[in-house]
Design a protein around this ligand. Sequence first.
Ligand SMILES: [Zn+2]
Length: 86
Amino acid sequence: MYLVRAEPMGDILLISHECPACNFNNKRSCRHVAIASEIYKRWQWWEPAKEIKTVTKRIVLQPDWEPVTLSVTMEEALRAVSVHAS
Ligand SMILES: [Zn+2]
């Protein structure tokens, strides 16, 4: 399972993620990032569209993160984790 962290910062959605596919792709975003941003949009559907910025960073799950249960069809176990900017 690869974690994707989606962190809203104003009108930017900062997505931190790392997986073998990203590294293989020359650190370009992989489909996990695309899935995560799509999930975020569904989860926070009332928010205006954000600009997606991706950061290649290994994600360590934090206890205060909020797991988002996915209703989309997933090919693999993926969890989108969001931290509310306060
Ligand atoms: Zn990935």
